[in-house]
Design a binder for this molecule. Sequence first.
Ligand code: ADP
Ligand code: MG
Length: 485
Amino acid sequence: MAHALIKGETGEWEIVIGMEVHAQVIANSKLFSGASTQFGAEPNSQVSLVDAAMPGMLPVLNAHVVEQAVRTGLGLNSKINNRSVFARKNYFYADLPQGYQISQFEDPIVGLGKIEIDLPDGTTKEIGITRLHLEQDAGKSMHDQHPSKSFVDLNRSGCALMEIVSEPDIRGPEEAAAYLSKLRMILRYLGTCDGNMDEGSMRADVNVSVRRPGGELGTRAEIKNVNSVKAVQMAIDYEVQRQIEILEDGGKIVQETRLWDPSRNETRSMRGKEDAHDYRYFPDPDLLPLVISNDYIEDIRKTLPELPDEKKHRFMNNFGLSLYDSSVLIAERPRADYYEAVANDRDAKLAANWVINELLGALNKDDKHITQSPITAEQLGGLITLISDNTISGKIAKDVFAEMYSSGKDAATIVDEKGLKQVTDTGAIEAVIDEVIAENPDNVAAYKGGKDKLFGFFVGQTMKKTGGKANPGIVNEILRKKLND
Ligand code: ADP
Ligand code: MG
């Protein structure tokens, strides 16, 4: 897509965005302790002595988390580093009892990679991944529990996060939304993060700047902790306008951290941007460098599922689906699996139409997920077989579908019970057509006199008399023969 440039008063501007996404790793226990990571537990019920930073406690690296990070790196087509180092990032927060966060700085576990994003205009684009590193989450301060006190919940303290950093390749709010959606989809396919932004298991820091098209990178502002795809788009829209106004008035952008305020739909300055040296990073003396072998990496690679983009391309190539249809179908793994079970040995395009337009439409109306579908994949497949072999017409199939959806019955059962089989008996159809012609002499005359449009009227009458069951192809053929004689 030729990305949208913004027209200002002094010329055009190009938007430049890079994202840092924090994704909570799916793991039963924390990055350096055995405490549980279960969401929604009583405050401070899942805090080990390590998480509370009691003196003398030592961190022990969670091997499963390392595996999850490697799996994610492979899913992001990234280089996995054989050696990485945990470092202390020092700062004070009331909900950070250690006084530092254990993170990775110069040597992250995952290096350069890329993902493909799908844009609304039906094109795709590659976005570079800079790195992925592991780090601890902080606890949570609660300021709204008591009129004069603040509380701290350390359940989240020490949970493993992956910070996934993108290159500044994103060129506007749509691309940012597509990037975040695709990233979330990949993590969910991999089973390394649940991607639930409303529970905070995935949060985005959005770096935004503007520049003259193709010019030098502008100074960026970083908008912290934006927690929905929609909010990311709105925050970018706001921030771009703010920066363009400042620049066009002859001002300068200050590099700083800003907050998105969803109640006022604006970003607000939070603090000046710290530089790395302000954190006084140094290798954590309690942890050895993490060394992993190529065999270890290859063993994990073998366990990777087919990822969204591979699936998307396979659906396009093997089933002849459009990019749009494929993108809809691969959006969630259960949805893709359902579709494949329906398409199995059947007309795959027809199957895609029925899954996308009819089934997803009906489920959406009822606020149901595909895993709760009252029609199984096998049942929907049965309906499609009946359409393909001309047992029923596409029009009757819609009624059968509605009945299947409400009753849970098989298509074949409903067709039998209601006598909906398509009439393909040429003799029977011919008899009905003779009736229609006999009953409408005026229209026959008008048609023969040149009113071609009346052909549809005769088709309609014939279908009506057969209760919609006559095979439309045969009806057309016989009518044409009789009327054009
Ligand atoms: P830090 O860790 O201090 O936030 P980084 O250099 O690691 O800084 O960059 C963080 C993010 O900012 C990356 O996603 C990167 O792509 C993005 N970024 C860097 N420069 C710009 C810029 N001029 N405009 C927009 N995004 C940028
Ligand atoms: Mg940052």
